[in-house]
Design a protein around this ligand. Structure first.
Ligand code: CP
Length: 336
């Protein structure tokens, strides 16, 4: 397995190379990065780092870690498709000893017209402890959290937030580069429709990174002026000298059809390839939350560059970051 840690961050056999206590959160739900303070974010990152070390050392999760969620039930309720988030939450919960149930929304009574709130209160009556929810409407997960006893984790809501993606992205950067403060990070592509961008802007700027948004003017989010970011509508200018280039998928499922030119034209202007990447800092690293559309926002040679691409590492670190979230909610009064 690839060593994703910064130089000097040595492993020590089967034991974690780092120690940190379980993270503490002031809320009993984990609905977004906005509103978290640096202590809460760093607590999650430090604890995720401990779990990532164990995973990286091919270590098994043994007591007391493997018992942290024993007796608790985690329910994955995904109204939108997912590979990474759903599977990594399942692995994360199982690593900590929880029972996990995956609700097949396509085969549920939602298809018979049951509403989100009726579905939530029905599931709540079966007393799950933690609900991980993804929904295509911004705010749906928060609404649901007001009607259940379980602790709720946002697995991505519409264009709003994808907080555990931002956490795993930050943990991936910290383990590889050693810091976030002072880094120049370009988030490029379909910003308007991206909950990943929104969560990353909150998290990375809270920890002191300099954020640039790079996209066609038609894909700028509303209220961008209040985000404390620099805006570029030219990819090569936007990634000039940056340390991290974070590419995003065109979320055509959230578009009305007129926001972008053809995919070929989009790639020519905003797709990342080796030539354009030469404008970034020499040590620049490439990230993408996935799923990727190769040949649209990034070409294969760049996405699969073993020296520069962190895309597979992001997936690996996702399990560790989600373990830190689950543990924090289980211990923070969210789960009974
Ligand atoms: N990054 C992300 O959320 O991927 P999935 O849609 O596969 O969960």
């Amino acid at each position: 397995m690839t060593d994703t840690r910064a130089p000097g961050h040595a492993a020590s056999g089967a034991m974690p190379a780092t120690t940190a206590p379980p993270a503490q959160l002031s809320s009993r739900h984990f609905l977004g990065i906005e509103g978290l303070n640096p202590l809460e974010i760093n607590g999650l990152l430090d604890r995720g780092n401990v779990f990532a070390d164990i995973i990286q050392n091919n270590g098994l999760f043994e007591p007391p870690l493997s018992d942290m969620l024993r007796g608790l039930t985690v329910l994955n309720l995904f109204f939108e498709n997912s590979t990474r988030t759903r599977v990594s939450f399942e692995l994360a919960a199982k690593n900590l000893g929880a029972s996990v149930l995956n609700i097949n929304v396509a085969g549920s009574s939602v298809k018979k017209g049951e509403t989100l709130l009726d579905t939530a209160t029905t599931l709540n009556a079966m007393h799950p402890h933690i609900l991980v929810v993804r929904h295509n409407c911004s705010g749906a997960v928060q609404l649901l959290s007001q009607h259940v006893d379980a602790a709720v984790i946002n697995g991505g809501d519409g264009r709003h937030e994808h907080p555990t993606q931002a956490l795993l992205d930050a943990l991936t950067i910290k383990r590889r580069v050693g810091r976030i403060e002072g880094l120049k990070i370009a988030i490029c592509g379909d910003i308007a429709n991206s909950r990943v961008a929104r969560s990353n802007i909150h998290l990375l700027s809270t920890l002191g990174a300099e954020i640039r948004l790079v996209c066609p003017a038609t894909l700028l989010p509303v209220a961008v002026d209040s985000m404390g970011v620099e805006i570029f509508t030219d990819l090569e200018e936007g990634i000039e000298g940056v340390d991290i280039v974070m590419m995003l998928r065109l979320q055509t499922e959230r578009m009305e059809g007129t926001e972008t030119p053809s995919q070929r034209e989009y790639f020519n202007l905003f797709g990342l390839d080796r030539n354009k990447l030469m404008r970034a800092a020499p040590q620049a690293l490439i990230m993408h939350p996935g799923p990727m559309n190769r040949g649209v926002e990034i070409d294969s040679a760049t996405a699969d560059d073993v020296e520069k691409s962190l895309i597979r590492t992001q997936v690996e670190i996702g399990v560790a970051a989600r373990m830190a979230c689950l543990e924090a909610l289980a211990g923070g009064g969210g789960a009974p």
